[in-house]
Ligand binder design. Structure first.
Ligand code: BYC
Length: 321
């Protein structure tokens, strides 16, 4: 007991000195569990996040738009891969993580349970959803777990490109015909509040925050990040002549931040409990992809077994295979 205590104290001092924790270091069980939960949920979000956008690849309005959207969706698959790999360094298996997603045990970001109804939604998702993701993920580049922080550095670079592609779509529509501008405004109206909710429950209702901040897994609180995001995004909306759908949004000279209206937490908790507009559709799509990909996993496993058998017994190698 005494020994565990001193190990925990040393661990705490280690992270407070801004050292990175690496896979082979001693770490408290709770630290490992929190990271597996957060990183795997983050990975699931990247992969499920491909679905609402992939929905528009075949209907992109130009070859240029199609190529960019395709590249963005492929980037998300890559992000999922880095993150699953980072979580695996903590001793969990990819199969276990996927099982937890498909059984509904593991969460993924609430935002991907909303439908993408028009092309303008591709703009709103890139601008707002990737914008919110960057706000959260820039702080995660400084997270205390080495593999997670290194994955985040690369992911953030790509997310910046995603945010710009979304903003460019919104800017083009906002400058277009009255119908196009209305379409952009409608997308902003539908995506604004869900994007504000992405940062998670308010600080006084966030059970994991205190310990995660202490361990330097999270470097800023949910509410701090939400405020930073709102402050930055209002100016971007004004620049392209769209209005944020919040009548209570107002610059506060005293605090130097925007005040904003009440978040509908009932909606947020319903969505993360599995009752959002697209939860069952998203999980069904992932389940189908998982089933249809079984032969690829089987083939890869068989190939790996063949390679390792050859390495351990090179004399049996044949040239025909
Ligand atoms: N959605 O104590 P709290 C992307 C859960 S991908 C669903 O504050 P924590 C992109 C939370 O998990 C964006 N669940 O938790 C991809 C916890 O439940 P559990 C994804 C949420 O972990 C493709 C409970 O509520 N980004 O950007 O300290 C295309 C209590 O919350 C949400 C990440 O995953 C939510 N929004 O803080 C485009 C970032 N919020 O697990 C874009 C990494 C909270 O105890 N994750 N919950 O059952 C984090 O930074 C943190 O996990 C959170 C939550 C800030 C999200």
């Amino acid at each position: 007991m005494g020994e565990t205590h001193s190990l925990e104290d040393r661990f705490q001092a280690f992270v407070e000195a801004e050292n990175k924790v690496e896979p082979k270091h001693w770490m408290p069980d709770g630290y490992r569990k929190t990271l597996v939960r957060q990183i795997s949920q983050h990975a699931h979000s990247e992969v499920v996040g491909m679905l609402p956008e992939a929905n528009w690849i075949t209907r992109a309005p130009s070859l240029r738009a199609k190529l960019i959207l395709l590249a963005k969706v492929q980037d998300e698959a890559g992000h999922g891969l880095y993150l699953y790999s980072a979580a695996e360094t903590l001793g969990t298996s990819r199969d276990q993580m996927i099982d937890d997603l498909l059984s509904g045990k593991a969460k993924y970001s609430s935002i991907f349970n909303y439908p993408t109804l028009t092309w303008a939604d591709m703009g709103a998702v890139g601008w707002l959803v990737d914008g919110a993701a960057i706000a959260n993920q820039v702080m995660l580049c400084r997270t205390s777990y080495g593999p997670y922080s290194r994955a985040m550095v690369r992911i953030c670079k790509e997310e910046s490109f995603h945010q710009r592609q979304g903003y460019e779509i919104m800017m083009t529509l906002a400058k277009g015909s009255p119908e196009q501008k209305a379409m952009a405004q409608d997308a902003l109206n539908r995506w604004w509040w869900p994007s504000v909710m992405m940062f998670g429950p308010s600080d006084d209702n966030s059970p994991n925050s205190t310990q995660s901040m202490k361990w330097r897994i999270k470097r800023k609180s949910n509410d701090e990040l939400r405020q930073e995001y709102i402050d930055k995004t209002v100016a971007q909306a004004e620049f392209i002549g769209l209005s944020i759908p919040d009548p209570e949004l107002k610059w506060n000279e005293e605090t130097g931040h925007y005040d904003f209206g009440e978040i509908d937490w009932t909606e947020f908790f319903q969505v993360i409990a599995g009752n959002g507009p697209c939860n069952s559709e998203r999980l069904a799509a992932r389940q189908k992809a998982h089933n249809e990909g079984a032969w690829v996993r089987d083939a890869a496993t068989a190939y790996a077994a063949k390679q390792s058998a050859r390495q351990s017994n090179p004399s049996k190698q044949t040239h025909a295979a």
